[in-house]
Design a protein around this ligand. Structure first.
Ligand code: DQA
Length: 143
């Protein structure tokens, strides 16, 4: 199974952001772990990150051909980007939404995401392990 992992705005700053919420791994360290976890499950991963909403939408469109499943952490866009929500709706495979922090126990504005109705599953508050959980979910649930 080919899985595309799309990290969004500000996630390139992991390692510099609040470690209590986001842990102390850098994005490079996180992506390295993701490639290892994917391999352990006999899956293939491709990771990308951008701070530009339109580029993120383009990445989702590109994933519509040749990718079996998506793992997405759009960062703050998760809470308000209908453009990203609509792009995800076009993707026909399973989508797992991941948040490093427990968004349901943080500020009110983080508790809702506008992508929740177009994803298959959400994992939040598990730190980097949440990405491993996403791959495990896909291995167990994807057709
Ligand atoms: C985040 C949670 C968002 O609320 C926040 O804006 C982020 C990261 C997370 O991974 O916990 O940038 O998606």
């Amino acid at each position: 199974m080919q899985v595309t992992v799309l990290n969004g705005v500000n996630l390139n700053m992991l390692g510099h952001r609040d470690p209590e919420q986001y842990g102390d791994m850098t994005l490079l360290q996180l992506e390295t772990r993701i490639y290892e976890w994917a391999q352990e499950l006999n899956m293939s991963a491709r990771c990308s990150q951008t701070n530009h909403e339109g580029a993120y939408v383009d990445m989702i469109h590109e994933a519509c051909s040749g990718t079996d499943a998506l793992v997405v952490n759009p960062g703050a866009w998760s809470h308000y980007s209908y453009a990203i929500r609509d792009a995800l709706e076009i993707f026909t495979g399973p989508i797992v939404e991941v948040h490093l922090s427990d968004i349901e126990r943080r500020e009110q504005w983080r508790r809702q995401t506008v992508i929740s109705d177009v994803v298959s599953h959400r994992i939040s508050g598990r730190g980097a392990e949440g990405y491993r959980d996403a791959f495990t979910y896909l291995a167990e649930n994807a057709p």
